[in-house]
Design a protein around this ligand. Sequence first.
Ligand SMILES: [Fe+2]
Ligand SMILES: [Fe+2]
Length: 161
Amino acid sequence: MGRGDDRVIELLNDILTFELTLINQYWLNYRMLDNWGLPGLAARFKAIALEEMADADAYVDRILYLEGHPNLQRLGTVQTGEDPLEQIRLAMEREAEAVERLNAGIALCQEGGDNGTRELLAEAVREEEEHLDYFETQLDAAERVGTQNWLAQFTEGNTDG
Ligand SMILES: [Fe+2]
Ligand SMILES: [Fe+2]
C-alpha cells in the first residue's frame, strides 16, 4: 500500500500523459512555424512547450512522492495542424481541456484530503489558463485584423531565447 490515493495517482498519470503529448505537439509546431518563416510565433510555442515540460517534471516528482509509478510510455494524439491558425485553434482546445481536467482533479483531491496535490494542481491551473488566454487572444486578433496582417508581426524575432 503506497502513500497516495490510487485515484489521485491515476489522475496525475492522466495529466502527465496530457502534458507529454502537448510538449510534442508544441515542439513540432515550434519547428514548423520557424520553418514557415514565423520565428516570433515559433518562439512562443517553444516557450510554452518548455513550460509544459516543467509541468511534466512536477507531476513525475509528485507521483514518485506518492509512491506511484509515473507513466512515461503513454502518449496521446499529437494534433499537428496544417497552418498557423489551425495550430493556434488546436492549442486553444487542448488548453481548455487542461483547465477542465485540472479543475476536476482539484475536486478529487479535495474530496480525498490530499492538499499537497491539490495545491500543485491549483498552481498549474493558473498557468494553463494563461496559455488558454494567449491562444484565445491570438485567434481574436487574427479575426479582427485578418490572418495575413496578424501573421506579419511574427516574421521578426528569434527562437533562441
Ligand atoms: Fe501544462
Ligand atoms: Fe498549457
